[in-house]
Ligand binder design. Structure first.
Ligand code: FE
Length: 333
């Protein structure tokens, strides 16, 4: 009897020990780059002693890896940019629902999955950028207006192959319907000043250089140019302020379905939504915190406030295939 008790005690001690080891670890698959992740992970390690294993790659290979690894995956958390990508991960069944009062309180409903299997932790606006010598902001109004004759040969766009544009067009379809969205996208294409760009940065540099007068891009790329003094001839404009508001998207994360440290994963996600973490997570990339109680980085705050389109960002994923087909039909390369 005594021997059994001892054995059980020994087993309990061993289990406790292995749990303790496990409790100090989290494995993250991240499509958000290491430079942006490091400050946030370092802060959490400092607070909790958690050791991270960070594996970074593009969204598609990370998702393929999670699917291929299945139950054997070492990953606890998937972090990626754009709701379209998060939606794909959810559809592929690699994420788990997390029911958390903290996350529900800190993250607005339109910035997370309806299944609670991913949450947006920073917000970026995809807005209008204009050359301040060539355009008076009073001439600007909406995304739709950029399709009208007055912008002929003046517009610069990034390629439609980028998920950011697929998400923007997906939400346009959801709001305006297929026909009107097709007209808008065709109008954009006929107004192009030059071939589409491979990146938002190149597009903004072209607007800054006067190669074109207006463009559509993500706010943090403007922030990066501004921070290095390379945005002297461009400014941001917030479109559709009299109707639905500016298109926003997220960078976000979810708990992996077969996480080996599920409780740590939830604790980390909850912490990511806290003011302390939000300031770092959004600030390092000139994004807006998803938790609206948290102030933006001063450079970002300098852009002023604006009305956001509060359509569920999930729409970016659910209507992505329609958006890709529509842009193809409209001749948007
Ligand atoms: Fe980006």
């Amino acid at each position: 009897m005594k021997r059994i008790a001892l054995t059980l005690a020994a087993v309990a001690a061993l289990t406790a020990c292995s749990q303790q080891e496990a409790s100090n670890e989290l494995v993250i698959y991240s499509a958000r780059n290491e430079t942006l992740m490091k400050p946030i992970l370092d802060k959490y390690t400092e607070k909790t002693g958690t050791e991270f294993q960070l594996i970074t790659d593009k969204e598609a290979p990370l998702l393929e890896r999670l699917k291929a690894e299945g139950e054997n995956t070492p990953a606890d958390i998937l972090i990626t940019v754009d709701a379209g990508n998060l939606w794909h991960a959810s559809e592929n069944g690699v994420l788990a629902s997390v029911e958390s009062d903290t996350l529900n309180k800190n993250i607005p409903a339109n910035l997370k999955s309806s299944k609670n299997d991913w949450f947006g932790f920073s917000v970026r606006a995809r807005t209008i950028v204009y050359n301040t010598d060539a355009v008076d902001p009073s001439e600007l109004s909406t995304y739709e207006d950029l399709a009208t004759e007055k912008w002929k040969d003046r517009l610069c766009l990034r390629t439609s192959k980028k998920v950011y544009n697929q998400s923007l067009v997906a939400t346009l379809i959801s709001t305006l319907g297929e026909d009107q969205t097709q007209e808008v996208v065709e109008g954009w294409v006929s107004n192009l000043a030059t071939d589409v760009f491979s990146s938002d940065t190149k597009m903004m540099e072209a607007v800054n250089a006067g190669q074109c007068d207006v463009g559509i891009g993500n706010t943090y790329y403007y922030g990066r140019l501004q921070a290095k003094g390379a945005a002297e001839n461009i400014a941001l404009f917030w479109p559709n302020q009299n109707d639905r508001g500016v298109h926003v998207n997220v960078s976000g994360a979810g708990k992996v379905k077969h996480a080996k440290h599920p409780e740590n994963a939830v604790a980390f996600l909850e912490w990511l939504s806290s003011p302390e973490a939000q300031e770092i997570f959004a600030g390092v990339n000139y994004e807006f915190p998803a938790n609206s109680s948290v102030p933006s980085d001063p450079l970002v705050a300098g852009w002023g406030t604006f009305k956001q389109d509060i359509i569920d960002v999930e729409t970016a994923g659910s209507m992505q295939a329609d958006a890709v087909k529509l842009m193809d039909r409209a001749g948007y390369l």
